[in-house]
Design a protein around this ligand. Structure first.
Ligand SMILES: [Zn+2]
Length: 375
C-alpha cells in the first residue's frame, strides 16, 4: 500500500474536530524529526501549532496545513463512519480525506523522498501545522506568524495543501483569496399588537427594502485576478414566536467576499449609506476576517507550475475563488503563497472523499516543487 495512503488513513482515524489535533501532529513530528527537522511547539489557548524546520539559511519554503476537521454532521447520513476511513470504488472516504489530511500526508512522503536524496539542499524547509483553521483561527497560524516575525524568521515561499483542485487533481492552484468581511445588523422598531400597527414600528417591514437593495447592489466587477465582490445574508432573526405580536427588533448577519477592486472601508461606507437612506434605526458591527491577498507571479508560482506540468502534462489554472484560508495570515508578511491540494468537491460534506490514486500523484508534485526550488 502507498505510504501516502497509509499516513492519510492513520490521520483520518484521529478524531480531530476543530480545535482538537488528536495526536495528528505527533505522527508528523515522528516522521520528520529523523529527517533532521527541529520541532518547536507554539501552542496557544486550546490550539496546538507545530513548527518543524530543517536548515538555517534563506530562502525558506514552508508547507502549511491544518490537522483539524469540521464536524461530521449526522452520522447516520454517512455510508461509512467518518473517522473509520474506507476505500470504495477507488475512493477514500472519511472526514478530512480531502480537507486536508491527504495533503498533509503527501507533504510528509514528499519530504521523505526529497530530503534523503538532497541532504545538503539549499535554503531551508519548514512544515507548519495548526489545529485551528476550521474554527475561530484566533490561536493558530496568526499567532505563529506573530512569533516568527518577532524573531525575524522570514518565510519566502508558502505552499498550502488545501484542496484547490476542481475537476481533476492539479487543474487549479489558488494564488490568492478574496477578503471576507462580516457584518451584524440590528434594526430597532417598537413592539406592539399586530391589530394596532400604528402604535408599533415593524423592523421587518422597515428592513426588507434596505436588505433587498443590499442584495441587488453590484459592488464591483472584479478584476483580472478576482471575481466580482459578492454579498450574502446568512442569518435573519426577528419575531417573538407569537403570530399577533409585531417584534421590536430584527438582527441580520451578512458577509462580503470581496476582491481587490474594492476595500473593506469602501464596502462599510456603502452599506451604511444604504441603511441611512432607508431611514433605519440600527446598530452595525463589523468583523474583518481576512483581507484579500494575491501572489500574481514569482518563483513559487513558476516552480509549482513546472512541477504540475512535469507530473500531469499541463499547468494548472491560477484562481482566487473559494473560502479564506490560513494564507491570509502568511501573505501579509510578504511571502509568496500558493495553494495546491486534492479535489475540493466534497469538502465539509457528508461522505467526504478523494480518489486514492491522487494521493501519490500529489506527493510527487510536492516533491517536484521541492526539487525546483531547493535542489
Ligand atoms: Zn482546509
Amino acid at each position: 500500500m502507498s505510504e501516502t495512503l497509509n499516513l492519510t488513513l492513520d490521520l483520518i482515524r484521529r478524531v480531530s474536530v476543530t480545535p482538537e489535533d488528536a495526536g495528528c501532529m505527533d505522527r508528523v513530528v515522528a516522521r520528520l524529526q529523523p529527517l533532521g527537522f527541529r520541532t518547536e511547539w507554539l501552542n496557544f489557548g486550546d490550539t496546538r501549532n507545530v513548527w518543524l524546520r530543517r536548515g538555517q539559511d534563506a530562502p525558506l519554503l514552508v508547507f502549511l496545513g491544518h490537522t483539524d476537521v469540521v464536524p461530521p454532521g449526522p452520522l447516520e447520513d454517512w455510508l461509512s463512519p467518518p473517522f473509520e476511513p474506507e476505500i470504495r470504488d477507488g475512493m477514500l472516504y472519511g472526514r478530512g480525506a480531502a480537507d486536508m489530511k491527504s495533503g498533509i500526508a503527501a507533504m510528509v512522503t514528499a519530504l521523505e523522498r526529497f530530503v534523503p536524496a538532497h541532504p545538503g539542499h539549499r535554503g531551508s524547509i519548514a512544515v507548519l501545522l495548526t489545529s485551528d483553521e476550521e474554527g475561530a483561527a484566533t490561536h493558530g497560524v496568526v499567532k505563529v506568524v506573530e512569533a516568527l516575525e518577532a524573531r525575524d524568521e522570514h518565510i519566502d515561499w508558502c505552499l498550502i495543501g488545501e484542496p484547490s483542485s476542481f475537476d481533476r487533481l492539479g487543474d487549479v492552484i489558488r494564488v490568492g483569496r478574496r477578503g471576507s468581511l462580516c457584518g451584524v445588523l440590528r434594526v430597532f422598531g417598537v413592539q406592539g399588537h399586530v391589530a394596532y400597527p400604528d402604535r408599533a414600528d415593524n423592523p421587518i417591514h422597515r428592513s426588507a427594502p434596505a436588505l433587498a437593495e443590499l442584495v441587488a447592489t453590484t459592488w464591483d466587477e472584479g478584476n483580472e485576478f478576482f471575481p466580482a465582490t459578492s454579498f450574502q445574508i446568512s442569518n435573519i432573526r426577528a419575531g417573538t414566536g407569537a403570530e399577533n405580536v409585531i417584534p421590536g427588533r430584527l438582527e441580520a448577519l451578512f458577509n462580503f467576499r470581496y476582491s481587490t477592486a474594492t476595500t473593506a472601508d469602501a464596502l462599510k461606507e456603502r452599506v451604511e449609506a444604504i441603511l441611512n437612506r432607508h431611514g433605519l434605526r440600527y446598530e452595525l458591527s463589523w468583523r474583518l476576517s481576512g483581507a484579500p491577498f494575491l501572489t500574481a507571479g514569482g518563483e513559487l508560482v513558476d516552480a509549482v507550475q513546472r512541477a504540475v506540468t512535469a507530473v500531469l502534462g499541463t499547468p494548472a489554472r491560477p484562481d482566487t475563488g473559494g473560502g479564506t484560508s490560513d494564507g491570509r495570515f502568511i501573505a501579509p508578511t510578504g511571502a509568496q503563497v500558493v495553494e495546491l491540494g486534492p479535489l475540493n468537491g466534497t469538502i465539509h460534506k457528508i461522505n467526504e472523499h478523494v480518489p486514492v490514486a491522487d494521493l501519490d500523484v500529489l506527493s510527487r508534485i510536492y516533491q517536484g516543487v521541492l526539487a525546483e526550488l531547493l535542489a
